[in-house]
Design a protein around this ligand. Sequence first.
Ligand code: PDD
Length: 281
Amino acid sequence: RTVYVNGEYLPETEATVSIFDRGFLMADGVYEVTSVLDGKLIDFEGHAARLERSLNELDMAAACTKDELLEIHRELVARNGIVEGMVYLQITRGSDGDRDFVFPDPETTKPTIVLFTQNKPGLADNPAAKKGAKIISIEDIRWGRRDIKTVQLLYPSMGKMMAKKAGADDAWLVEDGYVTEGTSNNAYFVKNGKIVTRPLSTDILHGITRKAVLRMAAEAQMEVEERLFTIDEAKEADEAFTTSASAFVMPVVEIDGVALGDGTPGPIAKRLREIYLDESL
Ligand code: PDD
């Protein structure tokens, strides 16, 4: 696999980053995941805009322009022959060759930029989406700026492991009794034909797929309400689903051992997945 590091395309075994990099020592970095379907990048503009916002919020330099980023994404997809898969992009604050809580001087310390691809044949036709996901709920103990897409993914990772251990597929995070989002996706339920999801704030990531799917739902005359909701409400729903760049629209069929509806993917989740893939392919 060819990867991109700080201006160079290299075989993955030859790509290196300093051990003092603040991404490595302090999770001082941001990332984006853009999916590839039929060899094409999905919603690159949205991901680039959110990246810029994440960088601004953390006072980090941009590393390169949006046009350069697009070029690097396309080049990696082409060089690695990705038809279905993902492009991962990470920018960290870099390092001045030491460890210090104080940010290094941006005049003399360049950010580190890394991109690589992941090949995922069968991403669109994912059998997991036909089965639907089983979810457990866990407490949301992440930091308070979840709108910034930082590489601090230890707790979401632990959440996935807790889910696996419980025989489920993923976890939804609950704060003050209300669902925030999934470990790596936004969360929705459907009751009496109405789609409910948490409104945007600093409590959740502003999903690029969320934005696209809510637009598609409105265009398909589906009713959408953005409000706080509890995990108990979700358990009593007719159906539920999550959205993310890596899984698109994923039906949820069970929450904390309670089957939703008849325990199979619901019609609205299935329809939205279809619309999303149709528009993307
Ligand atoms: N995760 N919420 C969280 C906490 C996420 O990590 C993600 C994405 C989303 C969905 O955002 P989007 O629709 O822009 O992908 C919501 C990516 C896919 C990841 O970490 O792999």
